[in-house]
Design a protein. Sequence first.
Length: 128
Amino acid sequence: MIINYYGDMWIHRFDILAPLTAMTSKQAKWDWNENCQSFFDTIKKIVSHETLLSYPNFNEPFQIHTDASKQQLGVVISQNKQPIAFYSRKLIPAQVNYTTTERELLSIVETLKEFRKYIIRSTNQTLY
């Protein structure tokens, strides 16, 4: 999720990801070599640098981005494209059987519960 969301902010993103995304093709042979490891290490450095958490500014609106797969929920709260907080958790067995819409709504509910302290302090601000 982090790579997809923040990828637009990286310089030379496609050059860095190309060797690794090439291996996701059904025709590609899996061959993790030193070159792949080097690109992977570069991605880790970029992500750790680009995703340093910022302090919230309660005079600015928050952006909430949720995602729900069949196995887990993920959330990023940000301001001005800078992450403020992350949240994720695995779904319990009953929740795995939820429809896509129910899992997405669960992600929103979990976000509102987990980040209540941010949302309450910014009640005069627009959430989107």
